[in-house]
Design a protein around this ligand. Structure first.
Ligand SMILES: [Zn+2]
Length: 216
């Protein structure tokens, strides 16, 4: 990454807060590959402007204002992903880098027009919701890695990281496919699922980044 901007800090804190994991300055500087000094300087600024607060148990937390700014950025990112996939022939593995650049140069006017043009899509190509278009209900998905043999489910979303997406393309994985767990090997071994009549083996590590809706 180039020198992270103020917006990158806000997004990084947002991602942690969403996951509900504790975050301190040190984690954040490692996360963004920047020095501890630049991180504390930026955090001080963000606290001064009312975007970030320090919580005793959770560490760095976005304020309502910080959260709104983060959601705005993430929305722009996901709208561009939809545009690149639906209109410029990108695959879901290719969109991340360009969407990452575009989100920072998109005015609210452009974002609104893009949203209209795309017919207010509810999800990005990776299955993540687009704020404002989708209701923010409590996430009812669980990781594929948490399922056991004979569990049924539907693939719902995946983490937006290049390595995982390339792997999923190799095994011809698609969102919204129904599957059944047929084998789960011990010691974090692969999980074998049956999808569209075919058995596919998914590494445990990847299964932790794939989120599914479990059928009951
Ligand atoms: Zn995405």
């Amino acid at each position: 990454m180039m020198t992270p901007s103020r917006e990158d800090y806000i997004k990084a804190i947002f991602k942690h807060n969403e996951k509900g994991t504790k975050l301190n300055n040190k984690d954040l500087s490692e996360n963004l590959s920047v020095s501890a000094a630049s991180t504390s300087e930026m955090i001080r600024k963000l606290i001064d402007t009312g975007h970030v607060d320090r919580d005793k148990t959770m560490g760095l937390m976005l304020t309502e204002e910080g959260k709104n700014e983060a959601k705005d950025l993430v929305k722009k990112h996901r709208l561009w992903e939809v545009f690149l996939v639906n209109h410029l022939g990108y695959s879901w593995t290719e969109v991340h880098d360009d969407a990452e650049v575009l989100e920072h140069v998109t005015s609210s006017k452009l974002a609104d027009r893009l949203n209209e043009f795309l017919d207010e899509p509810k999800h990005c190509p990776h299955g993540e919701i687009i704020f404002g278009n989708s209701e923010e209900v409590d996430d009812s998905t669980v990781s594929l890695a948490s399922l056991t043999i004979d569990d049924h489910g539907t693939f719902q979303k995946v983490s937006d990281t290049g390595e995982l997406l390339e792997y999923l393309e190799v095994i011809k994985f698609k969102l919204n496919d129904d599957f059944k767990v047929v084998k789960k090997l011990p010691y974090e071994g692969p999980i074998v699922v049956e999808v569209n009549g075919l058995e596919v083996s998914i590494s445990y590590h990847a299964a932790q980044e794939i989120f599914v809706l479990k059928h009951h």
